[in-house]
Design a protein around this ligand. Sequence first.
Ligand code: PLP
Length: 417
Amino acid sequence: MKLSDTGKKLSQDAGILRLMDDLGQALSSGAPQAMFGGGTPAHIPEVTAAYEQSLRAIVDDPLQLAAMLGNYDTPQGYEGFIRAALHFFNDTYSWGITADNIAITPGSQSGFFMLFNLLAGQTGGIKRRIMLPLVPEYIGYVDQVVEPDGFVSIRPAIEKRGAHEFKYRVDLNRLTVDETIAALCVSRPTNPSGNVLTDEEMCLLSDRAAAAGVPLIIDNAYGLPFPGVMNVSATLPWNNNTVLSFSLSKVGLPSSRVGVFVGPPELMRALSSANAILNLASPSFGQYVVAPLLENGELQRLSERYIRPYYFERAERMRRLLHEQLPDGIPWRLHVYEGSYFFWLWCEDARKTSMDMYDYLKQRGVIVVPGEYFFPGQDTGKWPHARECLRLNFARPDAEQDAGVIVLADMMRWAYR
Ligand code: PLP
């Protein structure tokens, strides 16, 4: 069977495929010692109970149930959910948006695929790319632009802090937004590093994007207002040159596949049109379940009372363990944890690459994600830092954290031997 060039691109050894495979296999072939790999959000009982209650109310209402199960919504999304989201955002942030500013997609992942390909690629005589102003960036963007070499990215400035911490900063000196750039895109908080770009950095990016007449896309999957898993104060910027994305996955509904995009009307119309071509409509279930919880503020309350404290506690425990167990004499560094569900561990000058470390850990039942995959637009062969990092999902039970960190410490001694 002969695959097209696009077919080959979509079926090669994509980082996202390896990640999902490892997650699936690890879970199906008996529990590994520590599952620091994939990103399935935690099951938090109080949050699940709220969804159950909302679902029961739908089941008890024959009209709603029939509509949820039996209707295609419009390609833009379920009207009741869009209305709820609109009121919620305007009440919370006074953005003054209308329904034309909103598009719902089957998960934000597919929303990004559509958005990137609506913007990037051959445009008149010019090939335009998506610019990632700071890498490492979300593994799920890799290979999303159908045309080859769809990303250009910028190495960050690295600020070392004490013996075992560091923080990335956007290197504004390298940021040039010319006519070959179709959009700027950042995740904030950033998956994988746990970095939160500062308000000043966001302002500068927004200004540069506006000056070049291209949108600034902010992937807000872990950001405010839901789940809002970040421990630094930062505002949520929006203007008519910004596209903000939200996801129901990170509030505990990954299987519902609902992404919410807020952006300029013409781009949101294009996104809904692409959604019609690819999917006809987005899944209704999550939109129906969450609409009343957006309307009555419950989703935000659940985020504040249960989701944030859960992740902050897991992060603090894991951070403590790493500092206790990892060898002090080795120059490992953890990116400062400012948000998201991940830690980003940098093994500077290690003798092994992060792929070697991944293999070693996997052999010993500890699943992580090797850092190489998080640098779209970079030649990782030319930048040692891109081969020295691992992403860890810290939100695991005590026993897994305990067992996994011991193996990580062994791995580190091995990697620097
Ligand atoms: N963006 C970021 C930063 C993510 O971490 C994820 C999922 O892990 C997504 C987008 C996609 O999420 P979903 O398609 O489930 O909405």
